[in-house]
Design a protein. Sequence first.
Length: 245
Amino acid sequence: MSEILRVNNISKHFGGLMAVSDVSLSINQGETVGLMGPNGAGKTTLVNMITGKYAVDSGDVQFMGHDITKMPTYQRCHLGITRTYQIPRPFPELTAIGSVAVSALQGKKRSNQSFEDALTDATHYLEFCGLFSKRNVLGKDLTLYELRSLELARALATTPKLMLVDEVMAGLNPHEAVKAVRLIERAKEEFGVTILWIEHVMAVLMKAAQRVVVLHYGKKIAEGLPQDIANDPFVIECYLGSCHA
């Protein structure tokens, strides 16, 4: 199994706050790797450095054997890195199909692609995510679950090799949460995408992930098989609030 992502000793601070401190991890092609940690552990900051939203203060990021540490976000997208957001970020005045078409245009390095081609692609991803009937609904008029499905459709429309999923279950009711998890698992099977999945709900990662990485106060405190992480006393302490940096 070939390695698709390697993060080497990356750190990020904001003023006097060290958000991520000397974190390393690797992901193999086809894996689902879970990323866990209490609120403020540095999970989203780590994702933001992988996608290029934040510059790293130290360390480097390697994707498919290439150093992308200083590469802008749009170029990383062209290479095959995409993400969803914990708080959905739709284009409020665009229809669902328009939003996904924009992603299709941005994700592919195909100079001759027309907007009509992008709309055709968008239709496919909306159907996959169960949103075809909502294709002409504005982003601002979609429900939270529909917005989360739209986030996934937009991410898939960039034709990614690696997808970073940020707390897809947040705010959903139990029925919607089950549907969201199944949709991501289907996306992995259908499109062969590798996944780094941020999630608070340990039970989800126990089933979906091959490995789990745990952050606490910006540091990696554990990595291993899901069942080993679930039974790690130090991880349990941190989640219960009695673990201190």
